[in-house]
Design a protein around this ligand. Structure first.
Ligand code: 5GP
Ligand code: ZN
Length: 113
């Protein structure tokens, strides 16, 4: 997707502070962190949102969560963490490339909304 900022981050056209990368997934620091740890984990394949995920892409979604688990462990988030997916208008999704926020490093407040 040529007009997608996260696809541009994947291609390197837009720089990012990378945390993890393999052939399927990229993780990088959020440009506007809302917690001491705020990382975005995205599939390299352009998927618009969780609502658009096809059945044949569900294994990839599971794989992304395995990456999130590994990053949380590597960063020492032993007290826990939060994974957030904002989906669509009501969900407050701003970037239309599926991404999961990994938040941690403090006691997070709840509920959102
Ligand atoms: P959303 O609201 O769509 O769930 O989250 C989008 C996130 O992407 C926001 O937390 C925002 O700070 C982050 N973001 C937007 N543009 C960029 C960028 O160019 N680089 C990085 N690293 N993060 C970005
Ligand atoms: Zn994209």
């Amino acid at each position: 997707m040529s007009d997608c900022i996260f696809c541009k981050i994947i291609s390197g056209e837009i720089p990012s502070k990378k945390v993890y990368e393999d052939d399927r997934v990229l993780a990088f620091h959020d440009i506007n962190p809302t917690a001491p740890v705020h990382i975005l984990v995205i599939p390299k394949e352009h998927i618009t949102s969780l609502a658009e995920v096809k059945d044949e892409q569900l294994e990839l979604i599971g794989y992304v969560h395995g990456v999130i688990r590994n990053i949380a462990k590597d960063l020492g988030l032993v007290n826990g963490f939060r994974v957030v997916n904002n989906c669509g208008l009501d969900g407050g999704q701003e970037v239309k490339h599926l991404h999961f926020h990994l938040l941690g490093g403090k006691k997070l407040t709840w509920p959102a909304g």
